[in-house]
Design a protein around this ligand. Structure first.
Ligand SMILES: Nc1ncnc2c1ncn2[C@@H]1O[C@H](COP(=O)(O)OP(=O)(O)OP(=O)(O)O)[C@@H](O)[C@H]1O
Length: 322
């Protein structure tokens, strides 16, 4: 079943321009100048139920704006959106109960409360019954390993622990659609990994649809099978991550060669990027790859050849910055 359908979505923000200095500020009180910012430019796509989609793009590409449109927090300028079979800006109760929005940069739980009290507020907002709340909370706290923090004031828990509690608060009511805006921002690598594993497990168990935005492309590679790539408000790729990597593969491949001291690199010297006694790193254009592999393969002193997979980060830099 289709979870999201977006047709020709355009969002334009109109912002007041303010000049620098008191004199100019006073002037702008009388003569207001506005600037239009096209945050989303005629984009269309659809997402099936249970898919985990990576929404990527450089700063200002339009990712948060798109998530906010999908959540019904802002109105589009033009176009149609259907999320869970409804118009998000109608804000029907059923719709609101079935979506969860996690914003890594801005927590929603009150820092003055203990974790359990803050979660109980969510329980009341979403009208979760006592038994369900207890069961869900136990399960989620165990999965996230935060049981010991429930009585602690949120101001006193670490950033990673707070993020886990934020995620729990959003998942308590088992939303069908989960929007995750930078879910691992500011977390150490262990906490990032725990959150990713948790989200994968949660998706496997509940078949919830997820959209993840992150500048940490490891999140995207580990969590998402499909991506939406935004650039200056335009959707420039919609499809599988695998296909994206194939379509936009880098023109040069990195080959790591482990070898004995005696290895002869004479015929492929021009490809050497770095070399020490037992290891050589080569940068080889696609068209020379076969030839270089044959040369390396014919040498007995070569013990291992590894061709590095293109990193998503490198493909994107190559694509967006060139
Ligand atoms: N409320 C607003 N008023 C005016 N302009 C806005 C508003 N919100 C976003 N914009 C502009 O819309 C564009 C897209 O912003 P958006 O926050 O969606 O980008 P993003 O892809 O999420 O960026 P980042 O990766 O930096 O979070 C930017 O040029 C931004 O300045």
């Amino acid at each position: 079943m289709r979870a999201i359908e977006v047709n020709s979505l355009t969002k334009c923000f109109k912002t007041l321009q303010k000049d620098i200095g008191i004199k100019n500020s006073l002037k702008s009180l009388f003569k207001r100048e506005y600037r239009n910012i096209l945050a989303l430019d005629d984009i269309s796509f659809s997402i099936e139920e249970g898919e985990v989609i990576g929404l990527i793009g450089l700063n200002g590409a339009g990712k948060t704006t798109l998530l906010k449109c999908l959540a019904g927090l802002i109105y589009p300028t033009k176009g149609e959106i259907k999320v869970l079979n409804t118009n998000p800006w109608n804000k029907e109760n059923d719709f609101l109960k079935n979506i969860g929005f996690i914003m890594g940069q801005r927590g929603q739980l009150s820092l003055d409360l203990s974790a359990i009290d803050a979660l109980k507020i969510e329980k009341e907002i979403y009208e979760i019954d006592d038994e369900w709340f207890k069961e869900e909370l136990d399960e989620l706290c165990q999965l996230m390993r935060v049981d010991h923090l429930l009585k602690t004031q949120l101001r006193k828990v670490s950033l990673g622990e707070r993020m886990k509690l934020e995620i729990i608060s959003v998942l308590l009511h088992k939303p069908e659609l989960i929007l995750l805006d930078e879910p691992t921002i500011g977390l150490d690598f262990i906490a990032q990994d725990n959150i990713r594993k948790f989200l994968i497990q949660y998706n496997n168990e509940h078949n919830s649809t997820m959209i993840v935005t992150s500048h940490n492309l490891v999140d995207i590679e580990k969590l998402c099978s499909k991506i939406l790539l935004l650039n200056n408000g335009k959707l420039i790729y919609d499809g599988s991550l695998e296909n994206f990597k194939r379509l936009y593969a880098l023109k040069k491949k990195t080959i790591i060669v482990n070898h004995k001291e005696s290895t002869n690199f004479d015929t492929i010297l021009k490809f050497i990027k770095k070399q020490d006694k037992f290891k050589t790193i080569l940068e080889v254009p696609q068209e020379n790859l076969k030839e270089v592999k044959t040369i390396l393969g014919s040498q007995e002193s070569v013990t291992q050849i590894t061709i590095e997979e293109d990193k998503l980060e490198d493909i994107l830099s190559n694509m967006l910055l060139n």
